[in-house]
Design a protein around this ligand. Structure first.
Ligand code: A2P
Length: 331
């Protein structure tokens, strides 16, 4: 059955990727509506060999819309997701606004597709990009041995902060190459040739991003007892987040068992071999591809029965647009 699909925030980094993903996966859409702010009304966006003209995000834009993919930030979602749902659309929201609402399912199709069926508010939340790639890798291990404690450090690409952030990184690289002082507007400091934690403060000294990884992991894996110790870091990469993940289970797990569980796991490409410099999955390899790449699966040297993983995925694809479109596909 084909649907009328709206993309809210169609001109943004994730919105553009949503359009590309709908097109690439031949999503059965009768009509696609591109919505953004007044700034972008009338802009043309390429879609399926033609052009979509950007329309204004306003309540009447949702008339006849059956699926609304939102990626225009939390305040836009807070205001417009209920309006779209009221107009009869199923909202799949990429912002953080609805994720922890008990009446809104938080869905990663490889982990908890059944949750998408129960949506009392007509809204389904798309998780945080760093959480998605981690839980896709952990799901088969969790099913086998139940995850007890995760220590995760992230290396997150600038495109996760939006289009303007990528532009600023590129401009800073050019300015530094020309011997100039880099211009700082979007990031809290120089991003080129540097790394930093650039998210808003959360609680207890953790950033909001870090707390998302704690809470969303528990919700998606349906296990409120999972302990998550997160450190989130922005790196001067354009696309693809990378993560080191240390995992302890309720029973001992060997790396050899984890490797077998990960081989062929849904959404996962295992890149496993003898350690060699530069052979692990890297952001450039993952960019513009769909899978979650898992490599460097090792027994922990200090904690018997725990393992360590290296996980890389395109943050705009599996971390955002692809996951949202996959949810739309299972509706
Ligand atoms: P616009 O391009 O018109 O500003 P990114 O995360 O890459 O910065 O993109 C944010 C997306 O959200 C853009 O498509 C942007 O549209 C859209 N957006 C931001 N604020 C609003 C708003 N108040 N109403 C509609 N769209 C918005």
């Amino acid at each position: 059955m084909s649907s009328v699909v709206a993309v809210v925030g169609a001109t943004g980094a994730v919105g553009r990727e949503m359009l590309r993903t709908l097109e690439r996966r031949n999503f059965p859409a009768r009509r696609v509506v591109a919505l953004a702010s007044e700034r972008s009304v009338g802009k043309k966006l390429p879609f399926a060999g033609k052009e979509l003209t950007v329309e204004l995000l306003e309540p009447k834009a949702f008339q006849g819309v059956e699926i609304a993919l939102f990626s225009a930030g939390a305040s836009v979602s807070r205001e417009y997701a209920p309006i779209a749902a009221q107009a009869g659309a199923v909202v799949i929201d990429n912002s953080s606004c609805w994720r922890m609402d008990p009446e809104v399912p938080l869905v990663v199709p490889e982990c908890n597709p059944e949750a998408a069926r129960v949506r009392p508010k007509g809204i389904i939340a798309n998780p945080n990009c760093s959480t998605i790639q981690m839980v896709v890798a952990l799901k088969p291990l969790h099913a086998a041995a139940r995850v007890k404690h995760i220590v995760v450090s992230t290396y997150q690409a600038t495109s996760g902060k939006g289009h303007a952030a990528v532009e600023e990184l590129r401009a800073q690289i050019a300015e530094i190459a020309a011997g100039k002082q880099p211009t700082v507007k979007v990031f809290p400091g120089q991003m080129a040739m540097n790394l930093m934690s650039d998210w808003k403060p959360g609680q207890h000294g953790y950033s909001e991003e870090e707390l998302k990884m704690v809470n969303e992991t528990r919700k998606i894996l349906c296990d409120p007892e999972i302990g998550v110790t997160p450190t989130c870091v922005r790196v001067p990469v354009v696309t693809s987040h990378s993560e080191t993940v240390h995992v302890q289970f309720h029973r001992p797990m060997k790396a050899s068992e984890a490797i077998e569980l990960l081989r062929g796991a849904p959404g996962v490409v295992l890149v496993q071999g003898e350690y060699a410099p530069g052979k692990e999955p890297q952001p450039l390899l993952a960019a513009d591809t769909d899978p979650v790449y898992v490599g460097r699966v090792r027994d922990d040297l200090a904690v018997p029965g725990a393992i360590n993983l290296w996980v890389v995925a395109d943050n705009l694809r599996k971390g955002a647009a692809l996951n949202a479109v996959q949810i739309a596909e299972i509706l």
